[in-house]
Design a protein around this ligand. Structure first.
Ligand SMILES: [Zn+2]
Length: 178
């Protein structure tokens, strides 16, 4: 093979291999994310819920911003389904529910979906009836919710978080107890 033939052959190889490599790399990243999500799930509370582990910007303090709108537009229906149209705290249904902030209150810059410092999304949304929402106000989750109730909510939260990361939760539901 002469010099030109050799270099065009190399070029051809790069053109074929690069997209393959990138595809595999993306798959690898996605799997890593899924694994991370499972870690979140199995640790139950290992989701961090530590406001220090999340990325904030000044828009977070605004009632309506891009992330809040995106969550409400794309995931509110899923949230309602996952919570079975009930208040997360008192379980009442057929009442008006409010979508509010779960573990990072608005006053601390929380959005309905929060980016973890390690790059994946975690749902910071919860459905509460008006009464429970006003009782919760800015109280911390461990302060406000009963222990068992909190475990239930965290499981639902993980389910929503899967969706935020583009992972089809139903595929994993049968194999993993959350
Ligand atoms: Zn309630």
């Amino acid at each position: 093979m002469d010099g030109i033939g050799k270099s065009s052959f190399t070029l051809l190889l790069v053109f074929i291999c690069l997209p393959l490599f990138l595809g595999l790399y993306r798959k690898y990243l996605k799997m890593k994310l899924v694994k991370k999500s499972f870690l979140i799930a199995s640790n139950n509370g290992g989701i961090g819920f530590d406001p220090k582990n999340y990325i904030y910007n000044e828009k977070g303090f605004k009632r309506s911003n891009g992330l809040e709108r995106k969550f409400k537009r794309d995931y509110l229906f899923d949230l309602l389904e996952i919570y079975d149209h009930r208040c997360a705290n008192c379980d009442r249904s057929k009442i008006k529910l409010e979508c509010d902030h779960f573990f990072i209150p608005k006053s601390l810059g929380g959005n309905l979906m929060m980016k973890h410092i390690e790059g994946y999304w975690v749902s910071n949304a919860i459905l509460l009836c008006r009464r429970c929402n006003s009782l919760k106000a800015d109280k911390g989750i461990h302060e406000f919710f009963q222990k068992e109730k909190l475990k239930e909510i965290i499981d639902k939260n993980v389910e929503v978080s899967f969706l935020l990361n583009g992972v089809d939760f139903t595929k994993y539901r049968s194999d993993h107890t959350l």
